[in-house]
Design a protein around this ligand. Structure first.
Ligand SMILES: [Zn+2]
Length: 77
């Protein structure tokens, strides 16, 4: 059973704000209407932000920062 806000979101789409920058290409989002959390994935689509994705994003962010500081981040997509 969907709550009213979830129903609105499933109909009109989420009203997302960026909650966290993981890399230049990957961000985490939160819906201001229903509080659902989403994330960009490495494959370029939005997915529900599960604990597993959170873990992956933290890991990716760590690697990204290290690569950026060494300026060897060459694999632009
Ligand atoms: Zn929503």
């Amino acid at each position: 059973m969907l709550s009213p806000t979830k129903w609105i979101c499933s109909f009109f789409g989420h009203r997302l704000i960026v909650s966290k920058d993981v890399t230049n290409h990957i961000k985490e989002y939160r819906c201001t209407r229903c509080d659902e959390e989403l994330t960009d994935t490495a494959h370029g689509f939005l997915a529900k932000l599960t604990p597993k994705f959170k873990e992956t994003n933290d890991f990716v962010a760590k690697i990204h920062r290290r690569r950026c500081s060494r300026k060897v981040f060459s694999k632009a997509s």
